[in-house]
Design a protein around this ligand. Structure first.
Ligand SMILES: *Cc1c(COP(=O)(O)O)cnc(C)c1O
Length: 374
């Protein structure tokens, strides 16, 4: 019997090394990794700049806790908020933790407890983040959740309007629901959220754990909408494979997160910060973002040429192929053909290559997808 809890359904593939988009298993078989460890490996596997950053920092200083000054953490925060309406960052270790911080900050700042979230959303597995998540399969069996979340249908203006009252402190959403099926917020819904928040003094929390850090073709996905979040959460792509999360907030919120109100031992330690800074120094460059958009357009065009009967959804290099049937067997067939994929909900094949993917790798992936889907 395994020494591990069996809380994951693992595929029978033992990966032992990776470079860029390519990973190799213990038998020497190569795969194109279009999962990127679930939108994590922004610069692909073992990128030389990240290897160097880890090597250099690991010989200097790994961890100091947040008892001491940390100018490198300060610089990383500045890089994240630069050219945005955000003023401050808090660092933690994962997406769920970033969302916990967001929920705590919103409740503390507004003094109100109700937070509106959406069906098919995913915000993480801790108690607050799980209560915020609009999927029963994530929540079942754990007893009473935090009672103060209300889940309403996504992209449904009247359903949202119907739950707004004086108790609502915040609305929390993903601009593109990553786990829930690559569902994008519609422009009408974004406008309605923006109007409702403004009219009622409600805070807007955007969860960009999956969509942020240039994944969708802008530094942050909200930049493609009218939405102006008060709080935003980041994780996955931020560390390029090293665990780090962040919560950004506006200047108005500064005083609500004073000394002793929130914290974490590991959050923003020197090693994590050195890696994340290296990621941002690469992926926040406008030429790099231009390339993400060019590759995205190329990928979408190839897919629509090759699979004309399938709808392609998403933005940048967070794309989905919508199928009428369940996609689990396609994912298994792709594993065998040497292309690693992950689903989003039961009917969508999610495409999450490293942002450094090449046109040739996209061509190879599309060839495999064609064989599998037609
Ligand atoms: C993955 C994800 C999370 C949870 O992140 P963890 O690091 O697994 O805790 C939260 N929100 C979104 C949108 C995600 O995609």
């Amino acid at each position: 019997m395994s020494s591990l809890f069996q809380n994951y359904t693992r595929r029978p593939i033992h990966l032992v090394k990776g470079r860029g988009t390519i990973v190799t298993d213990a038998n020497g078989k190569d795969y194109l990794d279009f999962t990127s460890g679930i939108a994590v490996l922004s610069l692909g596997h073992t990128h030389p700049a990240i290897v160097q950053a880890i090597q250099e920092q690991s010989e200097k200083l790994w961890h100091i806790s947040n008892l001491f000054e940390n100018p490198e953490q300060e610089k990383l925060a500045e890089t994240l908020v630069n050219d945005t309406h955000f003023a401050h960052a808090f660092f933690c270790n994962s997406g769920a933790e970033a969302n916990e911080a967001a929920i705590k900050l919103a409740r503390k700042h507004t003094g109100k407890h109700t937070i509106i979230t959406f069906e098919k959303s995913f915000h993480g597995r801790t108690f607050g983040a799980m209560s915020a998540t609009g999927q029963d399969k994530i929540r079942n069996g754990f007893g009473p959740l935090l009672e103060t979340f209300k889940t309403v249908p996504f992209n449904d203006v009247s359903a949202l309007e119907a739950v707004i009252d004086d108790e609502v402190g915040a609305i929390m959403l993903e601009v593109i629901q990553g786990e829930g099926g690559v569902n994008q917020v519609t422009p009408e819904f974004a406008q309605a959220i923006s109007d409702i928040c403004l009219a009622n003094g409600i805070l807007l929390i955007i969860d960009e754990v999956q969509t942020g850090i240039s994944r969708t073709g802008t530094r942050y996905a909200y930049e493609q909408t009218v939405l102006k979040p008060d709080i935003m959460t980041l994780a996955k792509g931020l560390g390029g494979g090293f665990p780090i999360g962040a919560m950004l907030g506006t200047a108005d919120l500064h005083d609500s997160l004073g000394p002793g109100t929130h914290g974490t031992t590991f959050g923003g330690n020197p090693l994590a910060v050195a890696v994340a800074q290296t990621v941002l120094d690469n992926v926040f460059v406008s030429d790099f973002i231009g390339e993400v958009n060019r590759k995205s357009a190329y990928f979408i065009e190839k897919l629509s040429e090759t699979l004309p009967s399938h709808k392609v959804v998403g933005s940048g290099l967070l794309l989905g192929i919508v199928c009428e049937e369940e996609v689990a067997s396609y994912i298994t067939a792709a594993d065998e053909a040497g292309l690693l994929l992950v689903s989003a909900g039961p009917n969508v094949i999610r495409l999450l290559p490293p942002l450094t993917v090449t046109n040739e790798e996209i061509d190879q992936a599309v060839d495999i997808l064609k064989t599998i889907l037609s």
